[in-house]
Ligand binder design. Sequence first.
Ligand code: PFF
Length: 505
Amino acid sequence: MNSKKEFWSSSKGFILAMAGSAIGLGNIWRFSYIMGKYGGAAFFLTYIGAIFFIGLPIMLCELTIGRAAQSGPLDAMTKLAPKITKLSKLLAVLLFLGAGCFVFAGMRTHAVLTALLGVGALIYGWGTLGFAATYLTPLMISVFYSVVGGWIIIYTVLSLKGGIFRQSVESSTELLNGLVLAQNGKAWIVIISALLFFLMTCGIVLAGIKKGIERFSNIFMPVIFILFLVIIARALTLPGAKEGLRFLFLPDFSKLTAEAVMAALGQAFFTLSLGSGVGIAYGAYLDRSVSLVKTAVTIVLMDTFASILAGLAIFPILFATGLDPQEGTSLVFKVLPLAFGKLPLSALWGFLFFFTLLLAALTSSISMLEGAVMGLMDKLSLSRAKAVAIIAVVLGSLVPVTALSAANYDNLPLLGNFLQGTLGLKSGSFFAILDNTTCLWLMPLTGLATILFVVFVWGRKNVLEEMCGCSEKDRVFAKVWFFVVAFITPLLVIAAFLKGLKIIF
Ligand code: PFF
């Protein structure tokens, strides 16, 4: 493949790029609001369990496939095994059944998407899994991620001028609502900043693996960690910060609902960028001498550490300033500026926080495009520049649409009429459709299909051969891993699906 002439210049570069993909809005924005919503430490422990029993095993599957196939996610599976197998046909049948369940549950977006994937599985077999992991999931995420990235750019700039530090929840809410609703003359600012974030992402991907992705992650990943440590030092020295630590580390299992358990599973997928082809795409550039086991464990530990750092930075500040951690998705945008506003040097802390968030979001969003760029370069024999240009034009036209419909369809009534009226979709915004279908459905589904492929199609012998080129310890770990991946992880993921459909719990 022509996109494969490059390799990572070192395994450290690879680890930082993978960690860059994993550490992003998921660790800071999403992690903090679901921790707040589901009551802190008990949720946190469940999430750690999900990371190690679901996240790590699936990440190892993806890295192993990518390195063995030496190919992007589009073709990786079909390079390692026949396109159509008995299991791919069975998967197609299960997808049709799943689509039926969604119709029954009134979830039309999921139903249509699942039925289409079923048709794909019937005709293209495992190629459909590659398609979903290359073009569907990561590109859909990239679009709504760019909108949030745009808001972060606005908050970073405004924090320098002090414009985000309001005196009351109402005033803070007004500022955020202005952006989310994209009304009252704010539409252009929201669109331009979302496009700016998206184009910055394209620029880094355009520079290639070594000069773009690896260099950017090498420089900025350490910066992200250092900035966090600075904010944590401030947070922990505030009077009343202890309450925040208690919230983070003292579990109260009576608060742990079934919904919280499932949210922890979803978070594990999102935070490790699973089911979106990143592990396969980045793994394809990885040298055979590198230990996959050590690499995957290091990435997962770094990601978990980043979430803990985010928690240590956010919750002590919230508790010290007497604000509510249960604020939901708007937590970092609404509540944190209020909290920062109550600190001396608020502009500095606000700027540091949102700038850190911006860097973390960028290192993640570049990883969403790489698989698709590899796919276009290989399939159409395009240069990297042309492949990036195609993606920039197609996704770039969806970014403004999503920015304008982040909360509802008031700015785009025709789109709203079509999606809600004609197609009968329930989601209240285009943003929500992208967010829900990817995080709660496509990522776990692709993750599950990847496991089935590894365990039953590619097979134990081939997988272990690819993984066990290294030490004796790796060999033992790989065998335990295969057991977990074959018997424990799929059951947990299926339980999450059934819960999603309200069939169990
Ligand atoms: N892992 C990223 C985060 O935690 O923000 C999100 C993400 C990146 C999801 C890349 C999917 C992806 F392909």
